[in-house]
Design a binder for this molecule. Structure first.
Ligand SMILES: *Cc1c(COP(=O)(O)O)cnc(C)c1O
Length: 396
């Protein structure tokens, strides 16, 4: 792991291209090499006994992992970053780094569903209690903090339902009581939300998504501030967590083009969302960058951009109409994950897992990911889909 944070005076779009690349250290080649390795050789016994090598063993890092760690640490403004084998592993490590038996954690009801599964199964097994809270709770989170509360876990906007949280209010309330905050920051990417600047201690990314950017890697990152970095780094090491060199290399390559991809995807996502908002078949578009979103003001205050993942709620209609809409789409694939160059459409039902809040929509909900295809083609594909929806009995 690298805690190196190259200081630069450049703007973020420049930093994302330069930070964590040291061409002079690899014979001028623009990208770092892929170091595949387990054993690292020491020059003599004394060096081995003192573990003096910069890279003591394959699991603990290489110039390849340094590259992505340094970039994430710099972009997030943290003290250090660890890389993990998936986004879910990053969440698991971040939580484990801050809890012990007998503790209580507060988790937003809008979190990524496998985060709940980790809490319900693993944390419970180790004697840690999880309580879910309304993502829109704001500073009133302090009413839920107990003497044994160790963590407040945030995700903003929420998975699938896109509630935006009052991050500074929650972070302040938690800090006042000595409670660590961590956020699943995947939606915003390291570009659009400076969670640590807003007072959050730990920022987690499924780099599987926009950082990788091409639907071809599983990768996670945990960036911590100086208060939490020692425990994050130590827990990561104890657990033997290690992202493979080829995947990390793809992650460090992906991040170089993140800003350019997201500029396109942000604009395309907003265009498609605005078009959908005008359609008679649509009851609501859940996109924080739209003025109609109930948390638009919070998003505007805290975020510097929007990625291209949002949801729509259709008016009521039968299952066959939903299937006709989704199955016939030409450019939108049906599948989990997102953040790649291709568009996706995935129906979901939060009633299946929510516990602290209720989901009141009458019609079905579909999460959309807008990729790098031509926006007019995507809109035409959705337009044909909404016609199939109506023809199969969906309301308009
Ligand atoms: C996909 C996702 C994850 C998990 O990432 P994986 O790399 O798939 O394990 C975590 N959080 C959010 C918000 C996600 O969408």
């Amino acid at each position: 792991m690298a805690s190196k944070d190259k200081t630069t005076s450049h703007r973020i779009d420049t930093d994302i291209v330069t930070v964590g690349r040291e061409p002079g250290e690899y014979f001028g080649f623009v990208n770092p090499p892929v170091y595949r390795g387990s054993t690292v050789l020491y020059p003599d016994l004394a060096a081995f006994e003192q573990r003096k090598a910069r890279y003591p063993y394959g699991r603990t890092g290489s110039p390849t992992t340094d590259s992505l760690e340094a970039a994430m640490t710099h972009l997030e403004g943290g003290a250090g970053t660890v890389l993990t084998s998936s986004g879910l592993a990053a969440i698991a490590i971040a939580l484990q780094s801050q809890v012990k038996s007998g503790d209580h954690v507060l988790v937003t009801d809008s979190c990524y569903a496998p985060t709940r599964r980790f809490c319900a199964n693993m944390l419970t097994r180790f004697g840690v209690e999880t309580e879910y809270y309304d993502p829109r709770i704001g500073g009133a989170i302090s009413d839920l903090i107990r003497d044994n509360t160790a963590v407040v876990f945030l995700e903003s906007p929420g998975s699938q339902t896109f509630e935006v949280q009052d991050i500074p209010a929650i972070a302040d309330a938690a800090r006042d009581r000595g409670v660590v905050t961590m956020i699943d920051n995947t939606w915003a990417t390291p570009l659009f939300l400076k969670a640590l600047d807003l007072g959050v201690d730990i920022s987690i990314h499924a780099a599987t998504k926009y950082v990788g950017g091409h639907s071809d890697v599983m990768l996670g990152t945990v960036t911590a501030n100086s208060r939490t970095w020692p425990s994050v780094k130590e827990t990561w090491g104890f657990l033997g967590e290690c992202a493979g060199p080829d995947v990390v290399w793809l992650g460090q390559r992906g991040i170089r083009t993140l800003s350019a991809r997201l500029k396109h995807q942000m604009a395309a996502g907003i265009d498609v969302a605005r078009w959908l908002e005008q359609r008679p078949e649509i009851a609501a578009v859940l996109h924080p960058a739209l003025e109609s979103h109930p948390d638009h003001a919070l998003w505007k205050r805290d975020f510097s951009g929007a990625s291209s993942l949002f949801s729509i709620v259709l008016k009521p209609g039968p299952k066959e109409a939903l299937a006709a809409f989704v199955d016939g789409l030409d450019l939108f694939g049906i599948g989990a994950s997102w953040g790649g160059y291709e568009s996706l459409a995935l129906p979901f039902d939060p009633r299946a897992y929510r516990t602290a809040t209720t989901w009141e929509a009458d019609g079905p909900a579909v999460r959309l990911h807008i990729g790098l295809e031509d926006t007019a083609d995507l809109i035409a594909d959705l337009e044909a889909g909404l016609e199939r929806w109506r023809n199969a009995g969906g309301s308009a």
